[in-house]
Ligand binder design. Structure first.
Ligand code: GLC
Length: 811
């Protein structure tokens, strides 16, 4: 090997620097490509390969994750990421192989092969099936305006390959044939296919030939993804600066990919139980009398609701952390009274701080030098709701601490959640900050070019960390903007959508996409933010909302009010029925959340995730599952009479009449307005609470378990804890793990308990659905019980101690 690049000569030193300035050669500014590999150096799990000028670092992160970085002039940028969660990974073994043609790094599941002659990088599985490979060597172009490089990577797109992911794009679920930009943007009343929107999630999943992998391009500059748009057989991603720095995430199943991506970038911690209830929002409910009237209507009309939101008008002249005392003379009392009636209060906060010498937040931030500045040291000023504003630099850890502490008064007043808006950041007229604005970037420094895409995430991080410090409860936060990893700090909503059927469908697709992009706690503005839904659209949106992890109705101030009762009694009755359904399945939703938190599984799962080998499923986006067991097909069209729902292989029960359906094909179901097609996997144990007007309204006396007979073995689980606090981190939770299995004469249900929490109720009530034989005996832990019944629908009903080990139902 030639040793030409001086940076690779010192065995022990890996050079890095914060800003790349040493352009030594004066060459014409054109794209430069990696040349043949001429040097290789190994340092533990890091492999440095050079071509005499540039260096590529390949790191084995885990058995299934390989990281690739490129340093055009041989010097890497300081290794820092806002996206990573820094969890531990396992590396079982690393083998290498070298011959004249290639260098190969292998874990026990993946091979990363570098072809020496052209520096192409490829990933293959244990059987050496090629999964992903470069079409060109990685390349770059010098950026003469700002320094550094535009960095590019172009890979092959196989003819039948499909692509998914990238967060919130308002387009078809399968993104093959499209090009996207990541540059968080305030997009009021966005249109289908509009790009970019609010979030920046540089993670995608490729699926070819039944094998799937993920790619996380951890670069916060404006970046671009092209999935066969420009060249049919190529996928490219590139950025306006920073490092070409990506993670190849091995599958082969999409579920493995999402799980591993969640391991890399983190998961949403358990939310407080109330946050999974129904939320009512509007721009804005004020004054106090109006808020109380809304609350009163929910309770008197018996429509469950857990949270009421206060939009910007609660503030004094839109100054964050203040109250308009004319509208809300005594917020603490109001919040207490709402709480007594079962309502949590969530308030909005924006990053724009009004320039006002008499305003304490402005004064403090100015004194402490916490506001963002332009390149020549002017303050970054722009107009937002309060008028002329300056903006805290949330990329400065000290600013984040200060911001977090500002919530002290809110917490003391009893505010339960903080809604973080306009944090792309949005600036009227300009759109966002000009690129010369400077940021601390956690001491690594950078312009807005580098910090824009993570600004919103750092704002909600500051909010979340502040709340966590100030209260002994789980914080509830919701954010509009975010970068990969934002799920560690917040839930998200899809932004300012429109009251149209097209947007209802987009909401379904976008939430599935967010979910597989690591952001499970997501929802859309039910009813559409701008425009006016009619009763039918609103009702169908409520139905979709039941099966969104975050269920919040919201509307713009210049539209007629829309609460579940706004469209007349017929619609109100159906909305009530569905919001009640949400509350009945809350323990299932909570359990699905636990599964997300514990294992990184997404809460919403597209059909392709259940059956990725079937190519038709790559294009299905209407039906999806909520958690592992419930499949829904929200109705996305007006006056829809029926739909053909695809059910993956296996057996399913139709929720409305419990009929058994064989999967692996479509099923036509009728869809009058009060029917949302819902199916349950055979073998499901579906826990159910009685309808409450808000979570925790009363203690439950029994847990209802709906058990759907299966003629094969199926696992299910139910998770319970105190509904708030951090007991679950210290084993204070209960996970009931069920295994059910049936044949022609018997059906067994066994239960294993994990965790130290014991709910207050003593018994579980069983409702066993679909038993195909006449029940003669029921044994609980070997003892025959004398009392069991069949209800009108023929379901077997009995009660049993909550800690049972096994139940046998015999003919
Ligand atoms: C933005 C938000 C919207 C909010 C409004 C007023 O448009 O996206 O949800 O109601 O600002 O605060």
């Amino acid at each position: 090997m030639d040793k030409i690049n001086p940076h690779l000569e010192d065995e022990n030193e890996i050079l890095e620097q914060e800003i790349k300035t040493n352009v030594t050669e004066i060459t014409p500014i054109t794209k430069q490509y990696l040349q043949a590999v001429s040097q290789i150096k190994v340092l533990g799990n890091q492999f440095f390969l050079g071509d005499g000028r540039s260096t590529v670092c390949i790191t084995v992160v885990s058995d299934e994750i390989i990281r690739v970085r490129m340093a055009p002039q041989g010097i890497f940028l300081v290794d820092f990421s806002y996206g990573l969660s820094n969890e531990e990974f396992r590396i079982s073994r690393i083998d290498t192989h070298e011959d004249d043609l290639e260098y190969r790094i292998s874990t026990n599941t993946v091979n990363c092969t570098i072809t020496k002659s052209n520096f192409h990088i490829a990933f293959s599985d244990r059987d050496d099936v090629r999964i992903n490979e470069d079409e060109y060597p990685m390349h770059w172009e010098e950026n003469t305006d700002f320094g550094g490089y535009y960095v590019y990577c172009t890979k092959k797109a196989e003819p039948e390959e499909s692509f998914f992911g990238l967060g919130d794009k308002p387009t078809e679920f399968n993104i093959r044939g499209k090009r996207f930009t990541l540059w968080g943007t305030d997009t009021y009343a966005f249109a289908k296919d509009q790009d970019p929107l609010y979030r920046n999630i540089p993670f995608y999943i490729g699926l070819n030939n039944g094998i799937s992998y993920g790619l996380f391009f951890d670069n916060t500059f404006k970046s671009y993804f092209d999935f066969g748009f420009q060249e049919k057989n190529q996928v490219s991603f590139w950025a306006d600066g920073g490092e070409l720095n990506y993670y190849y995430i091995h599958g082969p199943h999409m579920m493995d990919v999402v799980k591993r991506y969640s391991h890399l970038t983190g998961r949403h911690p358990m939310p407080p139980m109330w946050a999974l209830g129904y939320h009512q929002c509007r721009w804005s409910y004020f004054p106090e009398k109006k808020v109380k009237e809304i609350a009163f209507n929910f309770r008197s009309k018996k429509i469950p609701c857990d949270a009421i939101y206060l939009d910007i008008d609660y503030m004094d002249g839109y100054r964050c952390f203040t109250w308009n005392k004319r509208y809300f003379p005594d917020p603490k009392r109001m919040i207490r009274e709402l709480k007594a009636d079962g309502f949590q209060t969530v308030v909005i906060i924006d990053p724009g701080i009004k320039v006002d010498e008499n305003y304490f937040v402005y004064k403090e931030a100015k004194e402490k030098n916490y506001f963002c500045r332009r390149c020549d040291d002017y303050f970054m000023e722009g107009h937002v709701w309060p008028g002329r504003c300056q903006f805290p630099d949330f990329t400065n850890p000290e600013v984040r601490d200060w911001w977090g502490d500002l919530f002290k008064e809110c917490v003391e007043m009893g505010v339960a959640g903080i809604w973080n808006d306009m944090n792309e950041p949005a600036v009227f007229g300009l759109g966002t900050f000009p690129s010369d604005v400077r940021h601390n970037y956690d001491g690594k420094r950078g312009s807005h070019r580098k910090a824009h895409n993570i600004y919103g995430m750092q704002m909600v991080r500051a909010t979340y960390e502040g709340l966590k410090k100030l209260q002994n409860k789980r914080p509830f936060t919701i954010t509009r903007s975010g970068y990969s990893g934002v799920q560690r700090y917040s839930s998200v909503w899809t932004g300012d959508n429109v009251a149209s059927w097209e947007h209802l469908r987009l909401a379904g697709t976008m939430c599935q996409r967010l979910s597989i992009s690591g952001i499970s706690f997501c929802g859309s503005d039910i009813g559409g933010f701008t425009g006016e839904p009619d009763g039918e659209l609103f009702t169908r949106w409520i139905q979709l909302g039941v099966f969104a992890p975050l269920m919040r109705a919201h509307s713009a101030g210049d539209t007629p009010e829309r609460e579940p009762w706004s469209f007349g009694l017929e619609f109100e009755a159906i909305c009530r029925q569905y919001i009640e359904l949400r509350y009945r399945i809350l323990p299932y939703i909570y359990s699905s959340f636990w599964e997300h938190f514990k294992y990184g599984f997404p809460i919403l799962r597209p059909v392709v995730m259940h059956e990725q080998g079937n190519k038709e499923n790559h294009f299905r986006q209407d039906e999806f599952t909520f958690g592992d067991k419930i499949l829904v097909y929200p109705i996305y069209e007006p006056e829809c009479k029926s739909v053909d729902v695809y059910l993956p292989k296996g057996e399913w029960y139709y929720y409305w009449d419990n009929r058994l359906i064989e999967g692996g094909k479509t099923e036509n179901v009728l869809t009058p307005l009060d029917i949302l097609p819902i199916f349950l996997k055979a073998g499901t144990v579906l826990p159910e609470y009685p309808v409450m007007q808000y979570t925790g309204e009363f203690e439950i006396h029994e847990l209802l378990l709906n058990i759907y007979y299966a003629s094969y073995s199926v696992n299910s689980f139910v998770y319970e804890d105190q509904g708030d606090g951090y007991g679950y981190e210290n084993n204070f939770y209960l996970e009931r793990k069920f295994l059910v299995s049936g044949n022609e004469h018997s059906f067994e249900i066994s239960q294993n308990l994990e965790g130290a929490y014991s709910p207050r109720y003593e018994n579980c009530r069983f409702k066993v659905i679909g038993v195909p034989f006449k029940v003669g005996k029921v044994l609980i832990d070997g003892w025959e019980i004398s009392q069991f019944d069949l209800n009108e629908a023929g379901n077997l009903i009995f009660v049993c101690d909550k800690n049972f080990r096994s139940i046998e139902i015999l003919s």
